[in-house]
Design a protein around this ligand. Sequence first.
Ligand code: HEM
Length: 371
Amino acid sequence: MEGPRTPAYWDYLRLDRLLSLQGGLEGDEGRLMTDELHFIVVHQVFELWFKLVLRELRLARDHLAAPVVPEGHVPHVVHHLRRVNEILRLQVDQFRVMETLTPQDFLAFRDKLIPASGFQSFQLREIEILLGLEEEARVPFGDADPIEVIRRAAAAGGATGAMAWGRIQAARGETHLRGALEAWLERTPIHGSGPADPGDDATVQGFVADYLAAYAGNLEAQVPRMAASLEADEAMLRGRTAADVDSARRFLEAGDVPEAQRPRRRRVRAGALFIESYRELPLLAWPRALVDSVVELEEMLVLWRTRHARMVERTIGRRMGTGGSSGVDYLDRTARARVFGDLWTVRSILVPRDLLPPLRKAEVYGFAARR
Ligand code: HEM
């Protein structure tokens, strides 16, 4: 009697199917030039990694979106994000493989791709949406919204187009990582006080006021030294310092967002500032690792975009892309957008440890109160 069949390596990985998917466009099977096979394999590998990135981001988001995130779950979030970061780091390096394609070798088959383009990578758009990129922050290309480009391509027909558009729409209905992160940051205990505690608002305002005073003091103390060493006008430097303090105040008081959103945004930003500032406290060890991994994720994505743009410039110069964008100019602009802008801004207003406002209720964070 025949027992259950044990799978072979090629069964488990479905290699028969995987290795038959590099045929190019209909009719190209069996007669692809090596350079085109290379072009397809590199893109497919990227898309496979994107698939895993999406899975990891959703898992990280699920942990973080819980109404209460037990301390023991934060390491899971960090674990998923670290994997995403390693994948992106690897991808940045993988552009080197793409660069073995010379400009002329690419020109030999480039025209037949038109209008296909990485612009239609619905998985990259899903990643942006799941991270929480604001619609207004997405760089338009010409008059068109990049998402609209996918909708139009999908409307032209075909099952994959419908699937691509369906995935974009579904992702738009999901909680994004930034939203989940902000809800979690909002609950950060500040001087031992959480949002539900009596007097929390006053505690947070006190923390912000003390912090701003420390920040202003720190900047002002630098002025005479800078004026002397740079032979610069002290009054001019004082003016700049005052402008920096004003913009820090505006940020911490959330003056840049509509009034109804200000109380929440103030607490989110104060939470992020608190974690960054008192990052050595035992209770904040994992929260700071989480914030670091999110900042690193955005850093890797910016590096990805910058690296892709340089590879594109090297291969096709500054000509228009097959998707119809201005090419390198467009790509460089996408590298300036930020999803987690608040986390970056917090880094501009940190003060040295010895100037930090004294921590209150230190015992909450795992230390016996300092004498
Ligand atoms: C010779 C190789 C490549 C060239 C010349 C190239 C060129 C371009 C250009 C010009 C654009 C701008 C849109 C357009 O007008 O087409 C673009 C977008 C894009 N490309 Fe590439 N690309 C190459 C390789 C890759 C690879 C290996 C990937 C990996 C998946 C990739 C992914 C993307 C993505 C995701 C976008 C959209 C970026 C955004 O809108 O934010 N490209 N590419």
